[in-house]
Write a protein that binds this ligand. Structure first.
Ligand SMILES: [Zn+2]
Length: 169
């Protein structure tokens, strides 16, 4: 088993140029951007370089950095209030994947469930797993091997994982 974190963090190009112009992760000023809490769905500004912060709404410690995966990773949970990008030839196997600002799959993802603001499955992406997202883009060439997809706004507390917090409904 190989863990692919590491060297590709930092200066290596993230496919940000592929993001839509309306990408809400775009910086809001020179030093800030927005992320969405994976627990309470609140959008809040964070410094560009921030990695872990306390959500101003639910006061939970949350990861806010973008997570770029370029190797292989097996993990029970993978979550951030920012984005998760699975690069080409990378492979992720996880029970829960949550990404407030969305997930881009250019490699292979096998997940029990995915909850993300936006999902994009790129032309080389291979997807297996249930999905709840505010929007889903599947590029030509992408492969979906299984999973139940639910597309709806995520501005409700159900973004909480596991989904036994039904308050608000
Ligand atoms: Zn929160």
């Amino acid at each position: 088993m190989f863990f692919g974190f590491g060297r590709s963090f930092g200066a290596v190009a993230v496919p940000d140029d592929e993001a839509p112009v309306t990408d809400p992760t775009a910086s809001i000023g020179p030093r800030q951007r927005r992320v969405q809490c994976v627990h309470c769905t609140r959008l809040f500004p964070v410094p560009l370089k921030a990695m872990i912060l306390t959500c101003p709404a639910c006061f939970r410690r949350v990861r806010v950095e973008d997570v770029i995966i370029s190797g292989q990773q097996h993990t029970p949970r993978l979550e951030t209030c920012g984005r998760i990008v699975i690069r080409p030839r990378a492979r992720v196997v996880t029970e829960v994947l949550a990404a407030g600002m969305g997930v881009e799959v250019h490699g292979e993802l096998t997940a029990g469930c995915v909850i993300a603001g936006r999902v994009r499955i790129g032309p080389q992406g291979r997807w297996t797993g249930d999905c709840t997202a505010a929007s889903v883009v599947v590029d030509p060439g992408a492969t979906i091997l299984g999973g139940r997809f639910t597309v709806r706004p995520l501005d409700v507390p159900e973004l909480e994982v596991p989904r036994d917090h039904a308050d608000g409904f």
